[in-house]
Design a binder for this molecule. Structure first.
Ligand code: CA
Length: 235
């Protein structure tokens, strides 16, 4: 089955180039001009990835991304005419998987799209592995019934928050989660804590992982953005 990509872009000249570049890679591309059309299309049809322009006639692509992320984890690559640091950070904070600045070469965009698809395919395979039979190449095993996580074959002694935090990161290896996203997803009651405490729990988690294997440091800090986890040697 071919991979379906939804392209949301109001400028026909750019849309044609993107569509051609992605179709040349064998992807099936649907093109929508407006945020509203794209949202309706996503609700009706499953897509493997969305290429999303920020400046759309009926609203900001970032707003659309925010609405998409309420219900869907579909990978999103943002296209922007502005190389503004703030947009980039905001896009990634809102859950975009990549951020491409115009002008870009069609080949570069196709390469980035392929990289995202590879990454997400790998992470969904990894979460399937952790849900069922763990494989040797995955560092972590989650036992949901017992609420425990093993790292390199050894059970981690985790507090409740540390467990939820690590489980959230492991659901999407390599994906950067902001502190606010980690609070939202990992904390049973986000309002009760402060963002700062994410750092404290990450620090404690890192120490526990280091106790088991000091050679690898699976949790990465992304300055100004948040954290991600590496789940295996493959990444
Ligand atoms: Ca535009």
């Amino acid at each position: 089955m071919s991979i379906r990509i939804l392209l949301v872009e109001d400028e026909p000249s750019i849309a044609e180039i993107v569509e051609f570049a992605l179709a040349s890679e064998g992807f099936q591309v649907a093109w929508r001009h407006l945020a509203g059309e794209a949202e309706a299309e996503l609700a009706a049809t499953p897509y493997d990835l969305v290429v999303l322009d920020i400046g759309l006639p009926d609203g900001s692509g970032l707003e659309l991304l925010k609405r998409i992320r309420r219900t869907s984890e579909v990978p999103v690559a943002i296209l922007s005419a502005r190389n503004a640091e703030l947009d980039r950070v905001l896009g990634l904070e809102l859950g975009a998987d990549d951020y491409v600045t115009k002008p870009f070469s069609p080949r570069e965009l196709a390469a980035r799209v392929k990289a995202i698809l590879k990454r997400t395919a790998r992470s969904s395979a990894a979460s399937q592995e952790t849900a069922g039979q763990p494989t040797e190449s995955t560092w972590f095993e989650i036992d949901e019934d017992r609420a425990t996580i093993c790292f390199r074959g050894r059970s981690l002694e985790l507090t409740r928050y540390e467990y939820f935090l690590l489980k959230t990161l492991l659901a999407r290896p390599e994906r950067v989660f902001s502190r606010a996203q980690l609070m939202d997803r990992a904390w049973p009651d986000p309002a009760a804590s402060f963002e700062r405490s994410v750092d404290t729990h990450i620090k404690a988690l890192r120490a526990k992982l280091r106790d088991i294997d000091p050679r690898v440091d699976p949790i990465r800090t992304h300055r100004g953005l948040g954290y991600s986890v590496r789940a295996s040697d493959r990444s």
